[in-house]
Structures are given as structure tokens and as C-alpha cells.
Design a protein around this ligand. Structure first.
Ligand SMILES: C[S@@+](CC[C@H](N)C(=O)[O-])C[C@H]1O[C@@H](n2cnc3c(N)ncnc32)[C@H](O)[C@@H]1O
Length: 214
């Protein structure tokens, strides 16, 4: 259950969720069973609608896992090419197999490597950048993507409210989470204060920051 939404409301919102694609249904079931953290159902719907509104042609994703959100992007933005980065070898294999099964190999490129090392090599401007990897490094990932942004680029940062931890110390269960919570707080202050960005913070899933380059 998300700490950001009362259970009653979350259950109601989820009861309105629809997904007809059999592969995505299977992938979500597998992810839930094996505890692979993929986008929540409400986040999936949010990204889908965002893609329908903004019609991105070039999407960059940091954090592929098994390729669930990358396939969602490809379905929601039918003209888009997606570049996605994942550092866990096993996840890369699974993501590539899922992309192949979906018949999307031409449009989704899964790059194996640490985003901090891969991002400096990524060229070109992207219409949408989705940051969904190591939470303590969001600001670093953002800075490494700056060269790939132009006015109008949308940046979606997922899980930014991290079970409430950046909001108040009382939500931090263990010391080891403290640094991540502090870094996420700094990142959110940066996103909301940077003069070249316009940012909204939304309590969807585990919190999302929706930014656009001015
Ligand atoms: C939340 S999951 C991504 C879920 C995926 N976007 C989806 O919704 O289907 C985060 C992924 O980022 C990967 N990751 C974490 N740190 C990374 C890094 N520095 N570089 C590349 N991938 C990283 C993890 O291995 C994990 O698979």
C-alpha cells in the first residue's frame, strides 16, 4: 500500500485500472511475484496519458528493470523510439526478451551499464526523460542528461516522495535510508527552484515530479 494515498482511495483508483495487453498483464504479475519494482498502475496510466498529450518521438529511460515501462511507452507513443539503461545483467536479459516478445526491437534499445557511465555517451535531444533508478543518484542522472534536454523536454522523476521519507524524518525507518531521503529532498528543492524548469510534485504511486524545460 502507498503511504501517500489512503487504502480506500487507492483500492478505488486501482479498481478503475484497465490493461488489456496480455503480455503486460503477465509481466506485472511476474514482477509482483518476484518483487521487481515496476511502475504502479496509477503511474502507468499517468505516463500513458502524458504520452498521448505530448506525443514524444524520442524517450530516454534510466532504469529498465524487465522492460515494463519501456513497452508501455512504446505502446502509448506509437512513433517513439526508446533508449533505456539498466545496470543489472539479469534484468537486461529479461528486458530484451520481453521487448523481443512484444515485437518492439526496432523501437526499444536496452543498454546494459551503469547510467552514470552510459549517460555521458548518449547523444541527441529527447522529448521525454524518465528517471526511475537508484534514488540517491537522481540529481546526478539529471545533470548527466542536461545536454539531452531542450525547451519543451519533459522530465518525469518517479518515486520521489519515497514512502514519505524526504518529507519528514519520522518516516525514515532505518539510518541507512537517511542519506537517500536527504538527497531526494535536495533533488526536489533543485527541481522546484531551478529557473530553467517548471515542476509539479504529484502524489501518484510513490510520488512523481513532472518537470518541463522552459
Ligand atoms: C524501479 S526499477 C525500474 C522499473 C522500470 N522503469 C519499470 O517501471 O518497468 C529501477 C531499476 O533501475 C536499475 N538501476 C539502479 N541503479 C542503476 C544505475 N546506476 N544504472 C542503471 N540502472 C540502475 C535497477 O537495477 C532496477 O532494475
Amino acid at each position: 500500500m502507498s503511504i501517500l494515498t489512503p487504502e480506500l482511495i487507492e483500492n478505488y483508483v486501482y479498481s478503475l485500472y484497465r490493461q488489456d495487453d496480455e503480455q503486460l498483464i503477465r509481466m506485472r504479475e511476474t514482477a509482483e511475484k518476484t518483487l521487481v519494482p515496476i511502475i504502479t498502475r496509477d503511474m502507468e496510466r499517468f505516463l500513458y496519458t502524458l504520452c498521448r498529450i505530448s506525443r514524444p518521438k524520442h524517450i530516454l529511460e534510466v532504469g529498465t528493470a524487465i522492460g515494463y515501462s519501456a513497452i508501455c511507452f512504446a505502446q502509448a507513443a506509437s512513433e517513439a523510439r526508446i533508449t533505456t539503461i539498466e545496470n543489472r545483467e539479469r534484468s537486461v536479459h529479461k528486458a530484451r526478451a520481453n521487448v523481443k516478445e512484444a515485437g518492439l526491437e526496432e523501437r526499444i534499445r536496452v543498454i546494459h551499464g551503469d547510467a552514470a557511465e552510459v549517460l555521458p555517451e548518449i547523444e541527441g535531444v529527447f522529448d521525454l526523460i524518465f528517471i526511475d533508478a537508484a534514488k540517491g543518484q537522481y540529481h546526478r542522472f539529471f545533470d548527466l542528461c542536461r545536454k539531452n534536454m531542450a525547451p519543451g523536454t519533459i522530465i518525469v522523476s518517479d518515486n520521489v516522495l519515497y514512502k514519505g521519507m524526504p518529507c519528514d524524518e519520522s518516516f525514515i525507518p532505518q539510518r541507512r535510508h537517511k542519506t537517500i531521503a536527504r538527497r531526494m529532498d535536495e533533488y526536489l528543492r533543485f527541481l522546484t527552484e531551478d529557473e530553467e524548469l517548471e515542476t509539479s510534485l504529484l502524489a501518484i504511486g510513490d510520488g512523481v515530479a513532472l518537470s518541463i524545460c522552459k
